[in-house]
Design a protein around this ligand. Sequence first.
Ligand SMILES: Cc1cc2nc3c(=O)[nH]c(=O)nc-3n(C[C@H](O)[C@H](O)[C@H](O)COP(=O)(O)OP(=O)(O)OC[C@H]3O[C@@H](n4cnc5c(N)ncnc54)[C@H](O)[C@@H]3O)c2cc1C
Length: 446
Amino acid sequence: MEQVDVVVIGSGQGGVPLAVNLSREGKRTVLFEKRSLGGSCLNYGCYPSKAFLAAAHDAGVRRRAAGFGVDIKAEIDFARLMGRVRSKIDSSYIKKSLDKAGVQTIMAEAAFTGVRTVAGGGQEFQAETVIINTGNAPLVPPVPGLDKTPYMTYINFWEINEMPARILVIGGGYIGVELGQGLAELGAEVHIIETAERIVAREEPDLSQVLASALADDGVVFHLGRQAKQVRHDGNVFTLTLDNNETLEGEALLVVAGQKPNTVSLNCAAGGVELTDRGFVKVNDRLENTSPGVYAIGDVTGQPAFTHVSWEDYRRLMSILKGGSRRQMDRVLGYAFYTEPEAGRCGLTIDQAREQGLDARAVTLPLERVARAWLSDRTNGFFRLAVENGTDKILGATLVGPRASDLVHVFIDLMEAGATWRDLEKSVHIHPAFAEGLPTLARLLL
Ligand SMILES: Cc1cc2nc3c(=O)[nH]c(=O)nc-3n(C[C@H](O)[C@H](O)[C@H](O)COP(=O)(O)OP(=O)(O)OC[C@H]3O[C@@H](n4cnc5c(N)ncnc54)[C@H](O)[C@@H]3O)c2cc1C
C-alpha cells in the first residue's frame, strides 16, 4: 500500500480540476476513473445532448417558420447528425492536463478498503484526503421484461446511427423532455410515459404546461399518470403495456426515469463513510463526510445534478481545504432546460419562499407583452419574479421562452450582487430585445 496526499475517486466536473490544482500545489495526487475521463457532462450528458438539440431545434424551425409563410423542407441525415454529436465528445485534453500536472491517473473502478484507504486496478493507496466525485447513474425501474430487451439509457443513446421511426421514452423529467422533443423535431413519432400527472413535475405547473404544449405541437404524445407494466421485444419492435392496459409500440425504447448515486460499488462501509437514506454520500456544509478527511462533491452528494454545481464545488473545496470560508450552499442556484422554448430558473419559487416562512409575492408577465416575442410569434411562455416584501430582495425567477437559459443570468447576477427588484425596475433594456421584458416584469411590482 502506497501513502499519498490525495485520492480523487471519479473524474467528474469537480474532480478533475481538484486533482490538477492539488497536484500543481505539490500534493501527491491519484485519480481513479472507471469509465471515461470527464464524467457524465462530457461523455453522455450536457455535451452530446446540447450538440444533438442544436441540430434538432434547427430542424424544428421548419414547423415554426411555416407560420411566417416560409416553407422549409428538411432532409435529415441522422447518421451524419449523430457523428457530429459524437465528435464533440473528446476527453483527450483532460488526460493531457492531468498528466501535465503530474496526477497519477488510474483507469479503474475504485473502492474503499479501509479508513481513507482506496484500492482499484490492483493498486491501493492511503491518503490524507479522499475526494468522492463519482456522480450519478441511470435509474432503471423494475418493469417486468425490461431487462431482457435492448433498451437504451442516456449512456448509450448517443451510439445510434439510425433514427427510430417510433420511440417510446419512459420518463418525463428534463432529460426525457429534451431528447423527446429533439427526436420529434427530427421527425420521429415520440411517446413520453410519465408516472406523475405532468412533465418536469418538480417545476411550477405552468412551466410544465408551456413545455407540454410546445412538445405536443412538435407531435409528442404524452401518457401522463401512467406506469409501464410490461415490456417485450420481438427482435424489431418494443411493445410496452401501460398500467391502464394500453399498449404502445416503438422501434426504440429510451429509459430516462431518474438517476441514482454511484455509491454501491464504493464499499463506503469499509471506509467508515456514511451515506444518506437515499444512498448519497453524507456531507456537511464544508462538503466533508462523517469520516474526517473524506469529502464529496457534485451529484453524488444529492445536490441538484448540474455540471456547474459540481464545478463550483471544486472551487469551494479548494477554499475549504486551505481553511477558507466557502460553504456548500453559498451560491444562487440556477439551471435551464434546453427545450424549445427554453426554461431558466434560479433561486426560490414563490411556493418555496412561502414554505420557508418568507413574506413574499410574485408577479408574472406573459410573453404576449414582450414586443420581440410577439413580433416573432413566440409567445408561448412567461417571465416570473418572486421577491421579499419589505426588503425588496429578489428571491427567484422562472423564465419560459426564447433564450430563457441566457436571460435567467440577469437574475442570478442581481441576486449575487444583493440587488433588489427596484434596481431592475430602473434599468432601461434595449428595445425590442427579449430582455426588454425583464424590467417590465419588475414594474408589475410598483
Ligand atoms: C443527458 C444528460 C444531460 C444533461 N444536461 C445537463 C445540462 O445541460 N446542464 C447541466 O448543468 N447538467 C446537465 N446534466 C447533468 C450533468 O451532466 C451532471 O450533473 C454533472 O456531470 C455531474 O458531475 P459530477 O462531477 O457530479 O459527476 P460525473 O460527471 O457524473 O462524474 C463521475 C465520474 O465518476 C466515475 N465513477 C463512478 N464510480 C466510480 C468508481 N467507483 N471508481 C472510479 N470512477 C468512478 C464515473 O464513471 C464518472 O466518470 C446532464 C446529464 C445528463 C445525463
